[in-house]
Design a protein around this ligand. Sequence first.
Ligand code: 1PR
Length: 581
Amino acid sequence: MEAPPFASSASSSSLFSLRNKPLLPARFSHLGNTKQSRNFSVRASSSSGDSVVTLLDYGAGNVRSVRNAIRFLGFDIKDVQTPEDILNANRLVFPGVGAFAAAMEVLSKTGMDEALCSYIEKDRPFLGICLGLQLLFESSEENGPVKGLGLIPGTVGRFDSSNGFRVPHIGWNALQITSNSGILDDVGNHHLYFVHSYRAMPSDDNNKWISSTCDYGDKFIASIRRGNVHAVQFHPEKSGDVGLSILRRFLNPKSNVAKKLGEGKASKLAKRVIACLDVRANDKGDLVVTKGDQYDVREHTEENEVRNLGKPVDLAGQYYKDGADEVSFLNITGFRDFPLGDLPMLQVLQYTSENVFVPLTVGGGIRDFTDSNGRYYSSLEVASEYFRSGADKISIGSDAVYAAEEYIRTGVKTGKTSLEQISRVYGNQAVVVSIDPRRVYIKDPNDVQLKTVRVSSLGPNGEEYAWYQCTVNGGREGRQIGAYELAKAVEELGAGEILLNCIDCDGQGKGFDVDLIKLISDAVSIPVIASSGAGAPEHFSEVFNKTNASAALAAGIFHRKEVPIQSVKEHLLKEGIEVRI
Ligand code: 1PR
């Protein structure tokens, strides 16, 4: 017999104090503004079939992935419109996204908070994901303290980056399963995907809730379970086959896992291997995956065509099957074409996210824009459209350079840059800054007022030093700001991760620019993705052994099928570098 759930949980009623807040933001309006009756009674609906999953989506991020994963497993989705829908659910999935305070505000304003508490207190089948776990606790320090639903004792706090651990915690980490959780039965030694800056900590008061923990500087709560109530800090919908097996076990507890999972070897945060697809329209107008040499993507033939290495959705699906830990799409002409006019790119995301259950990043053209009819679109609207279409993270290139230049010049955070706005609404873990630097060799480091490195191989005229000049518009324009200065500034402005390209190395297959990657990954405390130049598995072990990169990205070697992703991972494992297998 399970212990009766919630017997000693904190009283929730006294904690519901976030009342009388302004009207809901427009994006939450489908949830209504009217507070419902407080006398809830929970009943399982007899009308909804066994294949229906009720989903609480308050519109603050990418919930498409959760929807897609549920549908992929053969279930239909009913969206919560009123608190009654929560009470009538047969099984409820709550994929919390965005910031804690904003989520609590919506729940409180709509009366969903009390419906959720009633539903959970009656031990009805519930699965909270990420923020959907954190909101069950008494409070969070995120922009707070802010009160939560108060069902589980404890406060959600921020990871401590002072001990060398990068925050946000992004990537595939291992669980220590502490009690029979039911839904985690297939996890074994496999990695699961986490992306968050705040976490709940184990204590004597909440111990009996905990079904697993995870180590990242601290030991934090990775999942809870009491009776039919589950919540997980990681993202099952982004954790490949292992994640799908977790969802399957929740949705259908009697199910056997459909796909046999191999042996895992997870013990800590894995280094990620990312496949990148540079996407643009070719001269016939079809959206293709292309690949440049030092950013030149045209064939050097008479026709001078854009190189075509395949179809974006097909290639992304293939890389998912091959074991990519993430897939990135870069809309490389986004700086001149307006991405919301570029519907094929949104469709690429929509179709890809139907079958690819690892994180998807999309970049290109994220900036404010006024179209030919004079209609103004904010960068936040552009990003929102990408998130709605299936992106988990967006990547900002040129616009982040302008924002950093302004910030360095004035020392003032205006709060108005795309970087600041998007990270405020979606969290900084959802915002990547993509840097496109070019090496500038110099003889004497005192020749520039920018951070220089002593290079491992001398410049063309025997120069011993270089600085890394940031560019905009796909490498077309150099700016008077270095990659080091940019990285420090964008971290302060709210970037959650850095995608570090290098124009000199792009497409050359001679290895990553270790000097550059070491410089930047030592300068910031957010994760850095090493990019440009991979030509062999040894280049990945080199970059992980010599720098603090959290992930390594490659394009050409995967597109040209020169090195399979699995070979890269097998090599890394042999070298003692932890990866997800
Ligand atoms: O400036 O916000 O519109 O974003 C534009 C985005 O498009 C930026 O992220 C920029 O890096 C990217 N981009 C623009 N032009 C190009 C180009 O190639 N002409 N691609 C481009 C960037 C670099 C990597 C590449 C790695 C690995 N390509 O994405 O995939 O270098 O390649 P490799 O493994 O073959 O060496 P905005």
